[in-house]
Design a protein around this ligand. Structure first.
Ligand code: A3P
Length: 280
């Protein structure tokens, strides 16, 4: 079940009152060194979140035990207020729902994109387990995903809106990361991220960050920590955050007809972006 609050579809398992939450988010007191990761669900937030924390804190110790408490729409303001700086927050919200103070202070935003077919598969696998517990097949799920009848709404809308924000606000500090590029050229992309964050780039430190955040190592660290305090009935991190970590798994799921339908929808809804996604 989803609650539509001012155009944002909140999932019913969010415990806080969504109307109040959106207001509280708008009024959140920001800090100049806050960094916010913006991504549609399953674009790789956990991965980027961990790397960003390591870069900012200049340590390769995992910081993951706090992660779920730093998603803006899931966390009470009183909890966010108490987090140590530098805070790395994350969100699936559109730009106009972000805290006013954060935009005023020009807090840095990291926007992650990923090819939507892999994200649809990743999300279906996530939603079929644990707290969401979706019971249908992938064929049942895909039309819902394409129509945006999923938490946080349509991927098409999210991507079109954020693309426009990035174009229109060219003087606002937003750094775009493409999941597939990050996967293929991790060191180079993390080095660019460090520059964006205003950090010095020590090649061996950057390499250590990349290694500690490789799919295997990061997954192992979460499995050992079992830190999923908000998803209590879903204690297996693999079930939701570290499944395969590959490019192109969608080919194992989409039929030819589904793929054609998805491509047609992309051409219709975002013609100028249609060629920009990396599918394999
Ligand atoms: P898959 O389900 O395709 O494996 P999010 O953190 O936004 O929920 O995204 C989860 C997706 O990112 C999952 O995709 C997950 O496996 C992938 N992922 C997590 N850590 C990764 C890493 N270190 N390298 C590559 N992919 C990673």
């Amino acid at each position: 079940d989803l609650y539509d609050v001012d155009g944002v579809l909140f999932p019913e398992y969010f415990t806080t009152d969504p109307v109040q939450r959106l207001q509280d988010i708008k009024n959140l007191v920001a800090r100049d060194d806050d960094v916010v990761i913006v991504a549609y669900p399953k674009a790789g937030t956990h991965w980027v979140w961990e790397m960003t924390n390591m870069l900012l804190r200049q340590t390769t110790d995992y910081h993951q035990s706090m992660k779920e408490a730093q998603m803006i729409e899931l966390t009470e303001t009183s909890v966010i207020d108490k987090l140590d700086s530098p805070r790395v927050l994350n969100t699936h919200l559109p730009f106009d729902k972000l805290p006013t103070d954060m935009i005023k202070r020009r807090c840095k935003l990291i926007y992650i994109t990923r090819n939507p077919k892999d994200m649809a598969v990743s999300r279906y696998c996530h939603n079929s387990k644990g707290v969401v517990g979706y019971k249908g097949t992938f064929s049942d799920y895909l039309p819902l995903y394409m129509k945006g009848q999923v938490a946080f709404g349509s991927w098409f809308d999210f991507t079109n809106d954020w693309t426009k924000v990035i174009e229109d606000k060219s003087d606002y500090p937003i750094h775009t990361l493409v999941y597939e590029q990050l996967k293929r050229n991790t060191t180079e992309e993390v080095s660019k991220l460090a520059s964006f964050l205003g950090l010095k780039k020590d090649p061996s430190f950057i390499q250590d960050v990349c290694d500690k955040c490789s799919f295997t190592q990061l997954k192992d660290s979460y499995m050992k920590a079992k830190q999923i305090h908000l998803f209590k009935d879903n204690h297996n991190p693999q079930a939701y955050a570290f499944r395969k970590g590959q490019i192109g798994d969608w080919k194992n799921w989409f039929t030819v007809a589904q793929n054609e339908m998805f491509d047609a929808e992309i051409l219709k809804k975002m013609p100028s972006l249609a060629d920009s996604f990396i599918y394999e």
